[in-house]
Design a protein around this ligand. Structure first.
Ligand code: SAM
Length: 326
């Protein structure tokens, strides 16, 4: 950002998501300022002068002015010669807006709970993120990867099998459904399993309407759909659990794959990158028993599950592991 008068500062939200590479993360002050302005309704009250906007929302005028000034200085907002504040050159897109909200929520969590986690203290239930917004923020990331993930999984099938009509897939913890939809768009019958509250949001919002994806509400640690499946996706889920649950889940997945079937894991490997190491802190802060796992762990679990050695490729800020059932 530059202080030079008259110059548009560089976009402070160039990387609006919290899981950016070290050195590329958005300015935490602006993330919090933006989120506070968003949640109090201040942004929705614009265009207006700071005093009028504060009056409309019932907010403290001095705090509202300071908040809007900070966003103007960053180019997120801009003021005209009458002092009327409106969206500026770095006003975030709708996609960046949900990521910024998620980012701000994550900042508060890190600030309030990492020390307690280190001290081994029990924290009060953190409560879920606003479920719909959490799913939307993950969908933004998934939008840039879902086609490549679908192609990678299908590309690992034997060519004769891939040419068959009637391929089937299971998307475990599919969340927003972007990955399931990408497979369905390629003619695959997809079953997507997630927690009942997540499935309810997907149905309510109609995110998978018309895609043909079959939704199954249930805990994947308790039960998996019967299959057999040609493809199982485990995208963004293996680090949400500890090692014993991961080994048990992969063992059950092994029983649901056809011979020649493919398991695709998209995850952050422990110490796989500087971002992955920061991600392990996020899993600690979340306090739900999740953790990153080492490649050697996955190799052992997949072997025990009767799957072949995984092929590992970098993907975005993480890794893709592809394992085929002999
Ligand atoms: C981090 S999100 C990943 C969503 C999506 N696959 C992606 O990568 O964008 C993890 C997903 O797994 C689901 N999940 C976590 N534990 C689960 C369980 N025990 N049974 C079913 N779904 C679960 C969550 O509800 C969430 O949708």
């Amino acid at each position: 950002m530059t202080d030079a008068v008259g110059e548009v500062p560089t976009d402070p939200f160039l990387h609006p998501a919290f899981m950016a590479a070290p050195g590329q993360v958005a300015d935490w002050r602006l993330v919090l300022v933006y989120d506070a302005a968003r949640s109090t309704g201040l942004l929705e009250a614009l265009p207006a002068t700071p005093a009028a906007a504060a009056g409309r929302c019932g907010l403290a005028p001095v705090a509202a002015r300071a908040t809007l000034d900070a966003l103007c200085a960053a180019g997120v907002l801009q003021a005209d010669t009458d002092g009327v504040v409106a969206p500026g050159p770095h006003w975030p897109s709708a996609a960046a807006d949900v990521q910024l909200h998620q980012h701000a929520t994550t900042l508060r969590r890190w600030a309030n709970s990492l020390e307690a986690r280190l001290l081994g203290e029990e924290l009060p239930d953190r409560g879920v993120f606003q479920l719909k917004e959490w799913l939307q923020s993950m969908a933004v990331h998934a939008a840039s990867e879902s086609d490549a993930v679908a192609e990678a999984a299908l590309g690992a099938l034997q060519p004769t099998r891939r040419a068959d009509a009637g391929l089937s897939a299971l998307d475990l913890g599919g969340g927003h459904g972007r990955y399931a939809a990408a497979l369905a768009a390629r003619g695959v019958h997809v079953v997507m399993q997630d927690r009942p509250d997540v499935v309810a949001v997907v149905e309510q919002e109609g995110w998978l309407t018309g895609t043909g994806v079959e939704l199954v509400a249930g805990d994947f640690h308790q039960q998996l759909p019967d299959g057999p499946f040609d493809v199982v996706l485990a995208v963004g889920i293996m680090h949400t659990m500890g090692p014993q649950s991961a080994a048990a889940l992969l063992a059950r997945v092994g029983t649901r794959l056809r011979p020649g079937g493919v398991l695709l894991i998209r995850t952050m490997l422990r110490q796989g990158s500087p971002t992955a190491s920061l991600f392990a802190v996020q899993m600690t802060v979340a306090g739900l028993g999740g953790d990153t796992h080492r490649l050697a762990d996955y190799q052992a679990w997949l072997d025990a599950a009767g799957l072949g050695a995984p092929q590992v490729t970098p993907a975005g800020n993480g890794s893709i592991l592809l394992a085929v059932k002999p």
